[in-house]
Design a protein around this ligand. Sequence first.
Ligand SMILES: [Zn+2]
Length: 419
Amino acid sequence: MFRPWMRGTRDCASNLGITRMPKVKSPKPCRNCKASVIFGPYTDIAKCMRCGETFPTGYEDEIRRVVEADCSGSMEYPKAAVARAIGYCSMIYGMATHNEGFTGGKLEAQIGKMGGSNVFNSGGTGEVELINDGAKGRGMVKRGLHDSRTGYLITLVTADRAAKAAGKDFTHIYIVFRGSRSEEGSLNPMAAGFTSDGHNVDYAANFTGRQDKPWWSDRVKIRRGFLELYQSMSDDISNDLLELLKLHPKARVIVTGHSLGAGLAVVCAHHLQYHRALRIDGGGPFCFPFCTPRAGDLAFALDFKARLGEAKLTMPGEGGGVREYNRAVNFVMSNDPVSTEAMYGFKRDRSDDLTGRGTQAANRGFVGKIAYGLRKKVNEEIIFYQTPNLYKLGYFQPLAIHQYSRMQEIFLGTALYTT
Ligand SMILES: [Zn+2]
């Protein structure tokens, strides 16, 4: 049984700062039939047993404080793998918008440069192979929305000769999702994110709220727009992964993305945990999203925590001695309105067009899109939570908020990819 204020995540317990019991809020009268509805303190949405009416219990904020507790003071993450992850997350934008090439070697060179002998295998890094360039694109099939530009990558990284010689053999498979694009003209000449007739697919996904059960679990709910977009890629991804794991049965699998790509990474990692866990050495994938919007309901956040957030696994290829890392770390900026603070933050549903071909939010700047979302009516009964383990990176200047270039500077030492 989950009692949020009595125990935190295993790794964040010291950071919770929550010692008092919240005021008891149960029972409450059903707002429809007035029957008395009893609920526990770990419930965010109560349901009337007589008429079926649902309503928020008032415990949401306390639950959120625990589920979204900041783990940054107490959690280690695998530095080389996370550096690669943000590198790929950034590289994929230029590939999609400007036809830039895949430059995994450049990324490995930077990783070799940045860490020094204790962190990155005495400079020995990886050999890189691009397995899937996402050339089939992605879309929202039911609505006839298809974006033909690169929406995800799968890469295979194996230890190079120097790393092997240093006794640091490793094999990693990265599954990388692109974030949303809505710029036009010189910023996005290949029209990534758009259909051939000019509808923005990414923002159709971002502004499609509601929560749906995914096809792999009846217990959890996921943001509809992310689920729809992920569905267009999921078969190819899990088939490619299966083929790779036949050749590399000991490979670590790392799922990552920035922004919308981070939301998709969270969804994909949960799917693979259910669908491919028996094939993945160590019991399932790692998930390292950056600047993620909230992707699912409370049950999803808790299921993710139990299956990925609390699971620990070694990451071959890291410097220093062998150690275990939590399989999910969720990297956010403390003042990013997409992930954490402010009124927006995808905390509750503010849906736009639920079934149509897009949204007017697309052709606006970052602040304009947030403002557009804030104009939409809040649905108090559809509540989203971040997946654990939230790793807050601090507060950033307005121009650096939500930027993957800033994330590269933090994890990769420099903004290697800026397109
Ligand atoms: Zn009722």
